[in-house]
Write a protein that binds this ligand. Sequence first.
Ligand code: NDP
Ligand code: 2IT
Length: 447
Amino acid sequence: MSAKEVTKSVYELVLKRNPGENEFHQAVKEVLDSLAPVLEECPEYADAKILERVVEPERVIMFRVPWLDDKGVPQINRGFRVEFNSALGPYKGGLRFHPSVYLGIIKFLGFEQIFKNSLTGLMMGGGKGGTDFDPKGKSDNEVMKFCQSFMTELCKHIGPDTDVPAGDIGVGGREIGFMFGQYKRIRNEFTGVLTGKGLNWGGSLVRTEATGYGLVYIVEELLKAQGGDFKGKTVVVSGSGNVAIYATEKIQQLGGKVVAVSDSNGFIYDPEGIKLDTVKQIKEVERKRIKEYVSIHKSAKYTEGCLGIWGIKCDIALPCATQNELDVEGAKLLVKNGCKIVGEGANMPTTPDAAELLIEKNVAFLPGKAANAGGVAVSGLEMAQNSQRISWSFEKADAELKNIMVNIFKDINDAAEKYGSKGNYIVGANIAGFIKIADAMLDQGLV
Ligand code: NDP
Ligand code: 2IT
């Protein structure tokens, strides 16, 4: 079989074995479509069935999560942890709390995480978890009850050298705290079993900022390679959660102007530049909707619906909300308005046809598994600090993060060029991430 036939047959196997899991199919296809030149160079990978193994999670855990709401009514949610690949280290990846969560979402995220974690250069395998519980509109007490019940089961499967979860959509410092407390109580151990912890009980400085800052650092590297920087650039950022907020913060520090942010209801356009303190107050403190912004800043306009954000003129667009939020119509608008760079802060926010169009039109496209790796990278640094029982300064953690993002840019750029797709960072990221994992899997035998 030719290399192309191998990747095609593996994709067909994935479709057959995982019916209805569309996001997982999409994530697998993107990686497989990049790998033919690697298989041609290294037939051992195909002989050892590395592809067939890497698309099959090592372990999938699904469980019932019962909890009592504030009215005393029992509620039942579903919990997941997909321990996808441990070739490079303990399973590592976030937990997503969102009503759209089902097995296919967690598998796509876990699969992406394998390659992302490999790109960081740290010793972390890939995993992901979550639940269809919706934290929106729930009291702190309900969120705590849910987290305790969720961890009562999850704690049987994780550990600081086994599987180390963290945050993702709907999971921030509050949820990590509740889950850590329950883990500690049941297992009677104070260990670095979760990352994104509070700063006075084992968390790392810069973890909160890491994904957004890391995204901006890698875009800055790309700008540098083109002879430019952020100064005076107009940027559109979707989302207004953890990633979007800290991407905006770093862009503003570097002299760029963010003119739009959004949430799942709509987007804000503020031609004078987004006032980040207001966004932080609305989203981090009050947990309210982004449309509140316009009642405070008269320069801004709110528009219902998420897709319209891509019609705003910008030099750089950073989708930082959720999967498939930037479609081909949005991509066409970005191109028409002269956008030159798209960097994925979210996981798989760009549909495959949109990504293809952007690349064809010479928009530099940085895929999520490279561009948003800063979050898990600082999680890896948090694990290292926990193992040594020390805490680094902000400056040290930030410098390490920056260094990791600079290296990722170099690695994906070099891999793209070496394997005949210069400037295609999707191909570069998939290949650079894959090779380390495949080599480790070869070394470790048929497991
Ligand atoms: P948050 O929960 O902090 O924020 C999510 C943001 O995205 C909110 O503004 C939310 O709006 C919006 N959003 C969520 N779902 C949808 C949807 N279906 N349609 C439109 N908007 C939506 O999550 P994060 O900022 O942590 O995560 C954002 C993205 O970044 C995700 O793809 C995540 O996987 C990825 N990521 C996160 C990392 C991290 O360290 N946190 C690391 C790497 C990637 P609303 O408030 O209305 O729900
Ligand atoms: O998608 C991701 O990389 C994350 N949500 C962060 C994972 C982590 O373990 O910090």
